[in-house]
Design a protein around this ligand. Sequence first.
Ligand SMILES: Nc1ncnc2c1ncn2[C@@H]1O[C@H](COP(=O)(O)OP(=O)(O)OP(=O)(O)O)[C@@H](O)[C@H]1O
Ligand SMILES: Nc1ncnc2c1ncn2[C@@H]1O[C@H](COP(=O)(O)OP(=O)(O)OP(=O)(O)O)[C@@H](O)[C@H]1O
Ligand SMILES: [Mg+2]
Ligand SMILES: [Mg+2]
Lengths: 227, 227
Amino acid sequence: VVKTENVEKTYMQGKIPVHALRGIDFSVEEGEYVAILGPSGSGKSTLLNLIGALDVPTKGKVFISGQDISELNSRKRAELRRTIGFVFQFYNLIPRISAFKNVELSLSVKNISRSERKKIVKKILTDVGLQDRMKHAPNELSGGQQQRVAIARALALDPTYLLMDEPTGNVDTKTRDMIMKLINQLNKEKGRTIIMITHDQFIAKDSDRIEYLVDGKLYHKPPKERI
Amino acid sequence: VVKTENVEKTYMQGKIPVHALRGIDFSVEEGEYVAILGPSGSGKSTLLNLIGALDVPTKGKVFISGQDISELNSRKRAELRRTIGFVFQFYNLIPRISAFKNVELSLSVKNISRSERKKIVKKILTDVGLQDRMKHAPNELSGGQQQRVAIARALALDPTYLLMDEPTGNVDTKTRDMIMKLINQLNKEKGRTIIMITHDQFIAKDSDRIEYLVDGKLYHKPPKERI
Ligand SMILES: Nc1ncnc2c1ncn2[C@@H]1O[C@H](COP(=O)(O)OP(=O)(O)OP(=O)(O)O)[C@@H](O)[C@H]1O
Ligand SMILES: Nc1ncnc2c1ncn2[C@@H]1O[C@H](COP(=O)(O)OP(=O)(O)OP(=O)(O)O)[C@@H](O)[C@H]1O
Ligand SMILES: [Mg+2]
Ligand SMILES: [Mg+2]
């Protein structure tokens, strides 16, 4: 249901190529919860951005819901993005508006009433423990609070696919467990497909399957030398 | 040698006060390595910014090297900041210049030759594993690579005090261990004073002492209800 076929991503640093992804065959079934681990700089964010249709591969193909995303017109692409909740490694919150508005904005693509939208935003921010911080703008929030707004924004969409790039790097153990509980519910109770990059081996245990990205290549078992 | 006396920090959210710090008495001896743990939003970054003279308390006093920092003139303040290496929770790298230049810039406050400076930058970026990424700008680096540039920038100063706000949130276990080794060396071999905020209990074990910040108050033992 989500698949990459021999995907490569190369950046040019002046004349020097940087091979961020070196031929990735990766597939995730509907309703699966996959964790991606790997060293810093190994290509994880690059891969997730390709899967989320936020970037295009240098070579190879990316399929979501069976569709080759390079063949989608802009309307189909927009339709697709409505089914993907993306949590960025550095959040990408809108700086000068409140946490509440940041989450509400992502819901504007959904066909729901204004009062229904506000209900969902309030609930989801409460679910991540931010009920007393809804009016704060990002620069009036702690690091882990900003991270939780980014998570709330993705969850509010109730997306088919939840793509998360290191969603708990800035929170304490208890807050992390609260977030993992939400994600597990989405997966076990609602059958949502989850692809999560994490450095936390503890969180990775919650998943159905762990994949390892090392130096632009994917492994199902942890490669001996480094993880 | 570093001390806060009944320090308070209150933000105004419209008419509503947010008590980020509620009377903190915190002191660190020369050469000590202290870890600060606590829930997301508890006031840790706020406290570290006060200690690093990057912010002023609403009430109370902050002392560094025995000096009340509110009584320093701007020249003395600048002198002080040269002795403090600060690693920000979100790095604060300069966007359009290379990793190398980002680190080199922080050394411009030191009275050393250009060639000496370049030697130090090269060494420190190699120490954090970024020898092949020195020419990349921040947006051409992975999250954990950016975090390491921020660390390199603080370490390059060879500062008396190293203040670190969650320095390993975006890196894998092996990279984390490499960073911790560097920090331990600074403390054990060179006697530098280290104050580190972290959510990682494993890292905290390396320290001489752990303090817990919960809801704006400091505890020496983990408070029962939440950590
Ligand atoms: N625009 C770019 N130009 C050149 N190299 C790049 C660019 N963007 C990323 N890279 C390189 O591609 C590699 C993969 O980056 P990516 O962000 O996918 O790593 P990652 O696995 O997410 O790392 P981390 O765990 O630190 O977040 C890195 O080595 C990085 O330096
Ligand atoms: N400018 C501001 N206006 C209002 N409230 C603020 C402001 N800056 C911070 N706060 C609040 O102060 C509290 C402490 O923030 P701080 O950044 O110190 O937390 P923290 O312990 O570092 O959290 P984290 O572990 O998530 O990084 C938070 O609840 C935050 O919402
Ligand atoms: Mg990344
Ligand atoms: Mg913080």
